[in-house]
Design a protein around this ligand. Structure first.
Ligand code: GUN
Length: 278
């Protein structure tokens, strides 16, 4: 029988801890403030942004909301970011992705002051993470580490295999597992013998962005499996990168979709806002 890793419960615990911390800080006159910028009306982005603002309210972080029209020019967005960089009362800046096509995403992410980059996307933060200096860490992989730790799963010395090498998940995930003294292998679309390598894992983190890609054949008996994927299947139901039934039959612990990694991303954004670099 497998352990179901409950991201909903763990994310609530984290937000409750942060709520206390934020209240103590406020009592000392240190209020936290997150600026959230959305450009255009992408419906998925609107839901994410709404949830981020709701979480801020719950934890006790002031949030500023910038909803800019789709046709906003890059220059204008850079101006807004510049103003927020200079404002001493704002300590976190988040630009919701994706941006409209006429805006250069890289240029925008580079414009956010690294010390306010609560998404952990700025190259300075990515670099600091990779050389073991305090940094903001991308929220989803940071959430995976919390899921493991708070479920009593040790990382040190374990064979950790990460499927996927994106800048937002796969690469920082590998760095974080390494920081926890795991032995880390990163696989991607050009990896040969993917199944064989995945089957070596004590801890398998799946972030390939393809629904149901990993089935029981990829998993060693007793492995811990973390599913970062989120998709809607043909029936409109949420599902992950992992075929839950066949993998759960072999795993010792597994995250569900929904209710696994998903809720952790916002909890870790709140942690970044309240606690700063770690
Ligand atoms: N779009 C999808 N996920 C994210 C995220 O974690 N941060 C930002 N800024 N945009 C996103």
């Amino acid at each position: 029988m497998y352990q179901l890793i409950d991201g909903k419960k763990i994310s609530r615990e984290i937000k409750d801890e942060l709520r206390e911390k934020a209240a103590q800080m406020k009592a000392r006159g240190e209020e936290r403030c997150l600026a959230v910028i959305q450009v255009g009306n992408d419906p998925a982005s609107a839901v994410y942004v709404k949830n981020k603002k709701k979480a801020c309210e719950y934890v006790g972080i002031r949030s500023l909301s910038y909803e800019l029209p789709e046709e906003t020019e890059e220059e204008r967005l850079l101006e807004v970011i510049g103003e927020l960089n200079r404002r001493p009362d704002v300590n976190g800046i988040l630009v919701q992705l994706p941006l409209p096509e006429h805006i250069n995403e890289e240029k925008i992410l580079l414009a956010i002051a690294p010390e306010k980059d609560v998404d952990g996307f700025h190259p300075v933060n990515v670099g600091n993470l990779s050389i073991g200096r305090p940094s903001y860490v991308s929220c989803t992989p940071a959430g995976v580490i919390q899921l493991l730790k708070r479920s009593g799963i040790e990382i040190e010395g374990k064979e950790c295999v990460v499927l996927g090498r994106s800048n937002i998940v796969g690469k920082p995930m590998a760095m974080l597992l390494l920081r926890e003294n795991g032995t880390v292998t990163v696989c991607h679309s050009r990896t040969r013998n993917l199944k064989e390598i995945a089957r070596r894992a004590d801890i398998l983190v799946v972030a390939v962005g393809r629904p149901g890609f990993v089935d029981g054949d990829f998993v060693r008996e007793g492995a811990v499996v973390i599913d970062v994927g989120i998709h809607r299947n043909g029936e409109g139901k949420l599902c992950g990168d992992v075929d839950f039934e066949s993998v759960a039959a072999k795993a010792s612990a597994i995250t569900p979709v929904p209710g696994g990694v998903g809720p952790m991303t916002i909890a870790m954004l709140m942690a970044n806002c309240v606690e700063g670099v770690r």
